[in-house]
Write a protein that binds this ligand. Structure first.
Ligand SMILES: [Zn+2]
Length: 220
């Protein structure tokens, strides 16, 4: 299988740029207690990962759509890397995915899905680097399995690469990265652009829609 072309380490000039300001970023609302405490400490030191509200919602919704059937989903995170002082950080602007071959315990891109994936990469409309990947563990919690670690080592071994793991059943999320060969948790923020409405995090309202015998749908 040919890895996505954008994963190769092309040399880029890393520009100095301020990360999203504190008033336009928040902790992901699905962080556990421990991760949230860690986030608060890390925030003052400088985070290494910022995920746009749009990208965050796409990942969450993708995972939620297949939560009932307990199917894993995955996709790639598109963005860029910048430098702020001594610290490099990654911004995730968008995510892409394609047809998947998945069950409750494994997921991979479908072979034919690659063409579609490349098409959506071309359509992204902005220059990007692949800054990581996301996948879901419906009901299993957020961790990196040995297969996940292997994927990370093979395709996402650079420090700016992150892996997002989402458990849509338990409403949990974690980010990971490889630090000199060791898998570590990564603190990250969700940010929104100026003039965009703030990220409130709990905006997914579930509404049950039932189809009545007479065919008129009703909500509860
Ligand atoms: Zn996994």
């Amino acid at each position: 299988m040919r890895p996505p072309l954008v994963l190769d380490g092309k040399e880029i000039q890393i520009e100095e740029r301020s990360p999203p300001p504190t008033e336009r970023r928040r902790a992901h609302k699905w962080l556990g207690e421990k991760a949230l405490t860690r986030y608060k400490d890390a925030e003052s030191e400088g985070l290494e990962l910022f995920i746009s509200k749009v990208a965050k919602e796409k990942m969450r919704n993708h995972a939620l759509r297949h939560a009932d059937e307990k199917k894993e989903v995955m996709g790639l995170m598109l963005g860029w890397i910048f430098r702020s002082g001594e610290r490099e950080y990654a911004i995730v602007r968008d995510v892409v995915t394609t047809d998947l071959d998945s069950s409750s315990v494994h997921v991979r891109f479908d072979r034919e899905g690659f063409e579609k994936l490349f098409a959506s990469l071309e359509e992204s409309g902005f220059d990007y680097l692949i800054v990581g990947w996301y996948h879901s563990h419906p009901g299993h919690g957020c961790f990196m399995s040995s297969t996940d670690v292997e994927t990370q080592q093979t395709l996402f071994g650079r420090r700016h690469h992150s892996a997002i793991v989402i458990d849509p059943v338990n409403k949990a999320v974690e980010a990971f990265f490889l630090d000199g060969g060791t898998m570590k948790a990564r603190d990250f923020a969700v940010y929104w652009d100026e003039y965009e409405s703030p990220y409130h995090g709990t905006s997914v309202r579930t509404r049950r829609v039932r189809s009545d015998p007479d065919g008129v749908p009703s909500a509860e």
